[in-house]
Design a protein around this ligand. Structure first.
Ligand code: TYD
Ligand code: MG
Length: 461
């Protein structure tokens, strides 16, 4: 048995310490340190110290320094996954030799998505190896049967011992290796239990080495814990080339694939999928789908526009304000940051003269999608005011712009692109920040507003 020693890892950011700490000096979180056994040789600098040189695309380090100008870039090859939405989130397809982490709640569709991708890859004459640490090969076969024709080159292996997985992968040399999941596999030379931070880090380190030395594109699937952190795998975000999350409400069929880190493309790109009886299907026109169930003529419903990565997305924001029967007003928020809603409520109260303090506020973004871009602020403000006054907003209007504490509306990026998306979907009017009016006519009425009050005026009459 290899010599081991005890180290403590922060479950939130992966910081390590020789002793237990109540608060992580790296991320400031409390009670995140867990004890793990790691090989004694993984000395100061951490278990990844020797791997830093491997993390680029150029393969293992070890060479002498060279002039950057002289470094040859061989045409970067990208492999299509069969899903345009996934390719875009990845920055144009899978990069050979890259290591990808896909996180998501249990049951959201991670295994399904990557079994489909593996099948597609194999169907195009490449080799794909799907390693399942959670299901038997029969169970994987039963799942694959739902997804359509199974390609001859798709191989499966039910295995949790990572050494075996790596040995097989080195022998078979697939173009794509899917490890389902990173919490299920373990390294036998470590004493700690599978799924722990130490195991997960070590396993990822071994897979990183495999990807960089062989050129195999490796995808690790990982479960998110209840608190929303990728238990364990969160610490891998620094190591991998791309981090993707599959999100959505389990009881709704839409799934959002979000890129939160991407070494080979832009981040914050999203892709929309629908879970069907035969696996995941990409949604070609996300704005249309997200707006399809929009109620007409009801107060509190407003169409806002958010830029997700490079793509404008129209979403319906809904607000419901009701007189609070209790002393303290409730604020229940889904799909946007609760703090932003609090800020907008404060602005509406102080700058627009709405007396909201005795009201409960419920806010929701339709379709189970989560929006982080501040440009939805103005849509939220109008939706809240619409519900409070019980005046429906004009259904043909799209509203966007960031809201400041003085009640002002700030310019946001790519206004033209957003207006074009609104026009494409048949909207007739956009209420936008006055500071960023488009230069050219977009075939749609554009109203520039300087304040939240002006926006409310423009939408609720
Ligand atoms: P799964 O991919 O196993 O989720 P994860 O790997 O993230 O835990 O997805 C499981 C869910 O998806 C389960 O509720 C069944 C459903 N599903 C479909 O609706 N259609 C399908 O074709 C498949 C394979 C699964
Ligand atoms: Mg799974």
């Amino acid at each position: 048995m290899a010599k081991t020693k005890t180290l403590f890892f922060c479950q939130s950011c992966g910081n390590e310490s020789p002793k237990w700490l109540g608060r992580c000096p790296g991320c400031g979180e409390w009670n995140t340190f867990v004890e793990e056994l790691v090989p004694a040789k993984a000395g100061p600098g951490g278990v990844f110290a020797g791997l830093i040189g491997l993390s680029g695309l150029g393969g293992p380090g070890g060479g002498a320094p060279v002039a950057l100008k002289e470094v040859e870039i061989t045409g970067e090859r990208r492999v299509g996954t069969g899903f345009g939405e996934l390719d875009r989130v990845l920055g144009g397809g899978l990069v050979p030799g890259s290591l990808i982490l896909l996180g998501g709640d249990p049951g959201i569709g991670k295994s399904t998505l990557w079994l489909q991708v593996a099948n597609h890859t194999a169907g195009r004459g490449m080799k794909a190896l799907y390693v399942s640490g959670e299901e038997s090969t029969r169970q994987t076969r039963m799942r694959a049967d739902r997804l359509g024709e199974i390609a001859g080159g798709l191989m499966v292996q039910a295995e949790t011992d990572l050494a075996v997985v790596i040995k097989q992968a080195e022998a078979i040399r697939p173009d794509l290796l899917v490890v389902d999941s990173i919490q299920a596999v373990y390294r036998a030379d470590l004493e700690s239990a599978p799924g722990g931070v130490g195991q997960v880090r070590e396993c990822a380190a071994a897979l990183l080495k495999l990807a960089k030395t062989t050129g195999i594109a490796v995808v690790m699937l990982g479960h998110v814990n209840k608190a929303g952190d990728l238990a364990g795998p969160r610490v891998l975000e620094h190591v991998v080339d791309s981090v993707l999350y599959l999100e959505g409400e389990r009881h709704q069929s839409y799934r959002i694939l979000r890129g939160v880190k991407n070494r080979f493309g832009s981040t914050n790109e999203i892709g929309l999928f629908e879970m069907t009886d035969s696996g995941l299907r990409e949604v070609a026109n996300p704005s249309q789908v997200l707006l399809s169930e929009r109620p007409q003529g009801v107060s509190g419903s407003v169409v806002a526009c958010s830029l997700e990565g490079t793509r404008p997305l129209l979403v319906e924001v809904q607000a419901l304000m009701v007189a609070s029967p209790y002393g303290t007003a409730r604020r229940t928020v889904a799909g946007v940051d609760q703090n932003r809603v609090a800020l907008i409520l404060a602005v509406l109260e102080k700058r627009c003269g709405l007396n909201l303090s005795g009201h409960d506020a419920y806010v929701k973004v339709s379709g189970g999608i989560r929006i982080e871009e501040p440009a939805v602020d103005l849509g939220l403000a109008v939706a809240l005011a619409s519900s409070y006054r019980e005046v429906p907003a004009d259904p043909g209007t799209v509203v966007f712009g960031e809201v400041g504490l003085a009640g002002e509306v700030k310019a946001c990026s790519r206004i033209d692109q957003r207006i074009r998306e609104a026009s494409r979907l048949g909207f007739t009017r956009c209420v936008v920040p006055a500071g960023g009016l488009p230069q050219e006519a977009c075939g749609i009425e554009v109203v520039g507003v300087r304040s939240v009050a002006e926006a409310i005026e423009a939408c609720l009459t």
